[in-house]
Design a protein around this ligand. Structure first.
Ligand SMILES: [Zn+2]
Length: 156
């Protein structure tokens, strides 16, 4: 049985809203696959410090900081569906540590700040098949995060 998500979330981000969709076209965008112009992930914007809740049962397999890229980030793995998710642009120190197990609705991080050079505050969700461990999901191996969302049985 699945616990209900907290009220007032979108993509399980408190006060969140989608600010960029998967494979949205951006002229001049460089963060995709080999400098292409497609956004490889989904951005959910929300105020700094807004909580992001886990989509299902899994564990944290990677954590780091990529200035100019994901910034503060974690990678999480969901064994039941053999899929991974990278969450980027997190609030420094808010993110779960590597090895931490979580269940549905565990707070796994909070929304970061614009101090990292972002034009707006958001979490970037990037999904892939398999367990990517400590490596963030690369620009050429992503899939639409909705595939993971659906596989976990979350409401569409
Ligand atoms: Zn993004």
């Amino acid at each position: 049985m699945r616990a209900s998500p907290p009220a007032g979330t979108w993509w399980e981000v408190k006060d969140g809203r989608t600010t960029s969709g998967y494979n949205q076209y951006f002229p001049g965008y460089q963060f995709g696959c080999r400098g292409d112009q497609w956004h490889k992930g989904v951005d959910v914007g929300a105020p700094t410090g807004s909580r992001s809740y886990a989509w299902g049962r899994g564990r944290v397999v990677g954590r780091g900081d990529d200035p100019g890229g994901y910034n503060r980030r974690i990678q999480v793995y969901f064994p039941s569906v053999n899929m991974s998710l990278t969450l980027g642009h997190l609030l420094d120190g808010s993110e779960l540590r590597v090895g931490t197990s979580f269940t549905r609705n565990t707070v796994w991080a909070k929304v970061g700040t614009k101090a990292d050079g972002l034009n707006h505050r958001h979490i970037h969700f990037r999904a892939a098949r398999g367990n990517h461990g400590a490596s963030p999901i690369g620009p050429c191996e992503d899939m639409n995060p909705f595939i993971l969302w659906d596989a976990l049985g979350l409401p569409s």
